[in-house]
Design a protein around this ligand. Structure first.
Ligand SMILES: [Zn+2]
Ligand SMILES: [Zn+2]
Length: 221
């Protein structure tokens, strides 16, 4: 009986009287009945929107990673007649926006795009508890990072480990949230993963079964 309720909610949310399927951007029909019990991501975007185009590869990458872990995850891009209804229903004010809906048909968050940008596939399934746990892990990791680094991309000044709201990484060009290695004077940001890349690489090399890598050869320590 519970399944019927869920199915009803989801169906009324995603379909109209005339039809019970959604249309993907590629023209495939997605039957609403096949979405019950899955984690769904409603993705609102437009082809003319540059931030949408920039986000799409990230969404696709996250999708494949989440699928590879065996999770029931179905992103639904909207370039469809349903758009107005959903715009109204979810009060979508800007694009790209990604709304995560849980297996029960409940809206989990309208900020799934931000979480995907910040954490990638790790953000899944976007629940508050999961994101809180993720944030705690990052804070724990951040404590192990150096307070300052020198980086070849910004040799003028040291970069300070700083908590920022959002930024664009001056190394890889991708957006970032939360921790950055930052030069305030020059408004220069690096993702921790970009700023600490070399350190991490040598760190893993050293740890390999007592061998130390000198670049060409791994020697016994
Ligand atoms: Zn970066
Ligand atoms: Zn600087």
């Amino acid at each position: 009986m519970a399944t019927e309720d869920v199915s009803h909610d989801l169906s009324s949310l995603l379909s109209s009287e005339e039809r019970d399927f959604l249309i993907r951007n590629n023209g495939d029909q997605v039957p609403v009945s096949g979405l019950v019990g899955k984690n769904i991501l409603l993705y609102f975007s437009a082809q003319w929107c540059p931030p949408c185009r920039a986000f799409l590869p990230k969404l696709i990458e996250a999708y494949h990673t989440i699928k590879a872990k065996g999770s029931a995850f179905e992103p639904l891009p909207f370039g469809d007649g349903m758009k107005q209804i959903l715009d109204k229903k979810f009060k979508i004010e800007g694009i790209p926006t990604a709304v995560a809906i849980g297996p029960s048909g409940r809206t989990i968050t309208k900020e799934a795009r931000m979480h995907l940008t910040a954490y990638g596939a790790d953000a899944f399934p976007f629940t508050e508890e999961h994101l809180k746990q993720l944030e705690e892990e990052i804070e724990k990791k951040a404590k192990g990072w150096p307070e300052k680094v020198k980086h070849e991309l910004h040799s003028e000044h040291e970069l300070i480990r700083t908590k920022r709201s959002s930024y664009n990484c001056d190394c890889c060009g991708e957006s970032g949230y939360s921790w950055s290695f930052y030069c305030k004077e020059c408004d220069f940001d690096l993702h921790p993963k970009c700023a600490l890349k070399e350190d991490e690489d040598t760190g893993t090399e050293k740890g390999k079964e007592g061998f130390i890598c000198d670049g060409d050869v791994c020697r016994k320590a």
